[in-house]
Design a protein around this ligand. Structure first.
Ligand SMILES: Nc1ncnc2c1ncn2[C@@H]1O[C@H](COP(=O)(O)OP(=O)(O)O)[C@@H](O)[C@H]1O
Ligand code: SF4
Ligand SMILES: [Mg+2]
Length: 343
């Protein structure tokens, strides 16, 4: 079986525009990647690079002002084996309800966004089970649902799970809420978990605990994960594959170890230089020079050229650099590699 045939998710040419007072603005452009079952893709890039928009497109949770451009493709293989073209669904398609929560679950930086404040944690977990009978092996009784929810709360490391089941989200501490959000997302055993910077607001210790927990659960449940972060250190810890985004485009992608060890794109190199270095004694951060422009002011040519120390005048500011395969599955969009066999 080819890698493409085995994919759980195949994204091609995903382009998302927003209607604004100043016209259409392109937030995500021609994004493509494959995700196989049970694998973790790390999506990394500075704030505003299009990580959230591209993954929200996958569950069609974009604001009304957004448009998925024609030609975009997001093919997802359902549990039933059927392939679904997510880009072709109408926003009101009933199949989206099955997809969201049942097949693809999301967690965010802010757990309160995942919960309703007016229902108990347990009630919300049971409702998720009742909403997705196809995902949990059929209709459950209240008692069965409760049992599964309490078990899941215990599994994510919440002490006194039976007591927490009857509590409201605001009654939990920040760290516990984060765990409860993971429990709510995973109660339906989704095939894919999208984790949008779930640890960004946490202190270092809690961040490490939650990352460990997520890795355990990913392996135990055999689900695939898209983990969004702006932190390369998190990628090193959690991702099998990595895609580096800049101004709405993937500029480098490939096996995480390879990309982290031998980064090719000047932007990836800059992100890695911005990591704290323990061997330097004190944490020394070298920020990526310059600011990411607004997508409204997307530069012509290579989007990174105004900030790139290696730019070739007359070339990098004219045409989009070709995507070049520089190693097994390792791709980079930069003219510096074009001679090595670009297309
Ligand atoms: N509701 C919106 N209206 C207009 N533009 C938006 C909206 N949401 C996001 N964008 C644009 O999309 C770009 C990418 O946003 P986002 O995916 O949230 O970035 P990231 O998650 O990488 O920080 C932003 O820079 C912004 O310009
Ligand atoms: S294409 Fe040019 S500007 Fe863009 S990253 Fe490569 S060298 Fe820098
Ligand atoms: Mg985001």
């Amino acid at each position: 079986m080819s890698a493409a045939a085995a994919a759980l998710l195949r994204v091609r040419d995903l382009t998302v525009d927003f209607r604004t007072d100043e016209g259409w603005v392109r937030a995500v452009e021609e994004v493509g990647f494959d995700l196989r079952p049970g694998r973790t893709l790390g999506l990394v890039g500075e704030s505003g690079s299009g990580k959230s928009v591209s993954t929200r497109a996958l569950v069609r949770l974009l604001p009304a002002s957004a448009r998925i451009a024609p030609g975009s493709s997001m093919r997802f293989r359902l549990r039933s084996g059927e392939e679904m073209e997510i880009a072709a669904l109408s926003p009101r398609d009933r199949r989206l309800r099955r997809l969201r929560g049942g097949e693809i679950a999301l967690i965010f930086q802010e757990p309160m966004a995942a919960f309703s404040p007016v229902y108990t944690i347990g009630h919300q977990m049971c409702e998720a089970l009742f909403a997705h009978p196809e995902a949990v092996g059929g209709r459950l009784s209240r008692a069965e649902a409760r049992e599964r929810a309490v078990e899941m709360l215990a599994r994510v490391g919440i002490a006194n799970p039976a007591l927490r089941f009857d509590q409201y989200p605001f009654e939990l501490s920040g760290g516990m809420r984060q765990r409860a959000m993971i429990a709510l997302a995973l109660i339906t055993r989704p095939q894919l978990l999208i984790a949008d910077e779930p640890t960004t607001a946490l202190d270092v210790t809690l961040q490490a605990q939650i990352l460990d927990l997520m890795q355990e659960l990913r392996a135990e449940f055999g689900m695939a994960m898209i983990f969004i972060t702006h932190d390369m250190a998190v990628i090193a810890q959690i991702a099998d594959e990595v895609a580096v985004m800049y101004l709405g485009r993937i500029v480098e992608s490939g096996p995480a170890r390879e990309v982290l060890r031998r980064p090719k794109h000047p932007y990836t190199q800059a992100l890695l230089r911005a990591l704290p270095r323990p061997e330097a004694g004190r944490r020394r951060l070298v920020p990526v020079p310059g600011d990411i422009p607004s997508p409204r002011e997307r530069p012509a040519g290579c989007p990174f050229h105004p900030r790139c120390a290696h730019r070739l005048p007359g070339r990098c500011d004219r045409a989009l650099p070709p995507v070049v395969e520089v190693g097994d599955g390792h791709r980079v969009a930069c003219v510096l590699f074009a001679e090595e066999g670009g297309r």
